[in-house]
Ligand binder design. Structure first.
Ligand code: ZN
Length: 597
């Protein structure tokens, strides 16, 4: 998008994509033509160290409160200054080999001859403007998303740009070039990445960010529009100090176990009393960690604060949203997963994948991040940047996991993050500790040995057989089909087109043995399922993956027990650690007096 330098008669200047909006909204009467990408105009004006635009296009980073736009006193400029700017623009266009051939000159903006035609009445309509503010609050909109807002508001692109300019001039919003240059490196403002592709354009060297393409490609000729969160005043706020978590639990259809109630209380303490910035909720697999956060979510919503429930994977997001909606009937809970068209309607409670979180900026007071240690969030600096960017400067984060990463545990150790445990499953039975079976899985004898153990497991329920690679899924589905001619054996992996269909069949009990990669390692509960991990000593399996796989067993109250068997050739540290984790968790549950199994 092209921007213009606008000047007032009293010799101030600012940037706007629409010169006419500048006149209507702020009395800017002259503009410098031609328009250039904002990034280029900023570079030109940065060469004038004593002159700053009256409306700052670049907002301060999180440390500064969003509502203190720096408004320097109007610099004294004269026509000489205007000439200087025009010369700089000409020079830059030459220096960067731009293909723009337009003459550089200052033009007057007058109401009679507005350079762009749009409906001034629409722009002055306060109702639509307020609706726009509510919609864009806490968001960072890229150019390729503007059309969604236009459609919802029923305005034209130019009218929307007019509203945006109005928000920028009032100090609530900012226009930002996509890339920020720090020394010789460029960083994408949406995802924080410096991973880009360079290409020549009409406006000189241009960059496309390679890390946030998944939610729409961005390049350095484009801009981000950020609208800061606005605190709603005049609403009744609940006094959190007087409200205890059990009071809110009673409002919902939640039946907490003793362990859940204790954990919910501790979380409350950490967030509301200790004001912990970041809290890790370390729960046993199948302990009901999501529900434990409900009283806390409720308390934030009642204070009219915004809450985000984020998870790395789409299926978790689609699974959680109905559970939340059922308990928070008075709120319309928005879902952003990439699987549905983007919804711009404002919401107090949003459920989103960590990729979609990149669309927000300082929007949320509370972020609950589920499956913190799962792919693709774990190890992705972009997704972590997105979560931190979406959090308000005074916001708080709760990370949920059954298998915390070494990184978050070290944050706990250094007290950057507090910890709350939920060691017991809701039915009060311990998490099954994996059994170990030595078997190299080569040759006929090993298959006979494996068949024996699987025959034992199948008497208790269907079997999930985990293998480390896609090639092994294909190989072992074949081997087991031959070995168990009378049983239904199927296999699947992440890119398998029939994956969803097969998973449904397995859930329904139509498949006896299901061979798969880590796709079913998390978030799935199947009544009576038994687990066998083949090649449990494989380098791809760390302790956390092994704990998650074993944790698929005994989750439902009807079948609270089950068996998990690690088939291995050589014992590994990960296997030892996985068993230790599960035993520790069970021991803690016992100490709490929560085990009845
Ligand atoms: Zn990016």
């Amino acid at each position: 998008m092209l921007f213009y330098i606008l000047a007032k008669d009293n010799e101030e200047f600012c940037f706007s994509p629409l010169p006419s909006a500048g006149l209507i909204l702020g009395g800017w009467t002259r503009y410098l033509s031609p328009g250039l990408p904002l990034e280029k105009l900023l570079a030109i004006t940065a060469e004038l160290p004593d002159k700053k635009p009256t409306v700052q296009p670049v907002s301060a980073q999180p440390a500064t409160p969003p509502f203190s736009p720096v408004l320097p006193s109007a610099p004294v400029i004269n026509r000489d200054f205007e000439n200087k700017l025009a010369q700089k623009l000409t020079k830059r266009m030459k220096k960067e080999n731009m293909g723009v051939r337009e003459k550089v000159w200052w033009q007057n903006i007058s109401r009679e001859a507005l350079p762009e035609a749009f409906n001034i009445e629409v722009l002055q309509n306060e109702t639509i403007y307020q609706k726009f503010l509510r919609m864009a609050e806490g968001r960072q909109l890229a150019e390729n998303e503007f059309w969604i807002v236009e459609k919802e508001l029923g305005v034209s692109t130019k009218e929307l740009l007019g509203f945006m300019q109005k928000a920028v001039q009032s100090g609530n919003a900012a226009w930002l070039p996509i890339f920020e240059q720090v020394r010789s490196t460029y960083f994408c403002r949406r995802c924080g990445s410096s991973h880009y592709e360079e290409w020549p354009s009409l406006y000189g060297d241009t960059y496309t960010c390679l890390d946030c393409r998944e939610i729409g490609p961005l390049n350095s000729l484009q801009i981000l529009f950020r609208l800061h969160s606005v605190d709603v005043v005049g609403q009744t706020q609940m006094d959190t100090d007087k409200c205890e978590p059990d009071q809110t639990v009673r409002n919902y259809s939640l039946e907490f176990t003793f362990a859940q109630e204790k954990t919910a209380g501790e979380l409350w303490q950490q967030v509301h009393r200790q004001k912990a910035k970041e809290t890790l909720l370390w729960a046993a697999c199948g302990a009901g960690k999501t529900e434990v956060c409900f009283p806390l979510i409720d308390s934030f919503l009642r204070q009219n604060k915004k809450v985000l429930f984020a998870a790395p994977r789409q299926d978790v997001v689609h699974d959680v949203q109905p559970r939340l909606q059922k308990n928070f009937l008075e709120y319309n809970i928005k879902i952003l997963s990439g699987a549905l068209p983007q919804d711009m309607e404002p919401s107090k409670l949003t459920v989103a994948t960590t990729h979609q979180v990149l669309r927000f900026y300082q929007a949320f007071h509370l972020i609950i991040l589920d499956e913190t240690d799962a792919y693709p969030y774990e190890g992705s600096s972009v997704l972590e940047y997105g979560i931190r960017q979406a959090l308000r400067p005074d916001g708080q984060i709760i990370c949920l996991t059954a298998t915390p990463s070494a990184k978050i545990l070290s944050r706990v150790k250094s007290r950057e993050c507090t910890i709350v445990r939920l060691p017991a499953r809701h039915h009060g039975f311990p998490v099954p500790v994996p059994e170990w079976q030595k078997n190299r899985l080569t040759g006929d004898r090993s298959v006979v040995k494996l068949k024996k153990i699987l025959l034992e497991l199948i008497t208790d329920g269907p079997i999930l057989v985990f293998v480390p690679t896609v090639a092994l899924v294909k190989e072992w589905t074949g081997v087991l089909k031959t070995a168990f001619g009378d049983l239904c054996v199927e296999g699947s992996w992440s890119s398998d087109a029939a994956r969803r269909k097969k998973t449904v069949l397995f859930r329904q009990g139509d498949i006896d043995i299901f061979v798969c990669t880590s796709i079913l390692e998390r978030g799935i509960t199947i009544k009576g399922v038994q687990v066998a991990v083949l090649f449990a000593d494989h380098a791809l399996y760390d302790a956390r993956a092994l704990v998650q796989m074993a944790g698929r067993t005994g989750r439902s109250a009807e079948c609270p027990v089950g068996r998990a068997v690690f088939i291995y050739a050589k014992q590994t540290r990960a296997m030892i650690e996985a068993n230790r984790w599960i035993q520790d968790q069970n021991r803690l549950a016992e100490e709490w007096g929560c085990l009845n199994g």
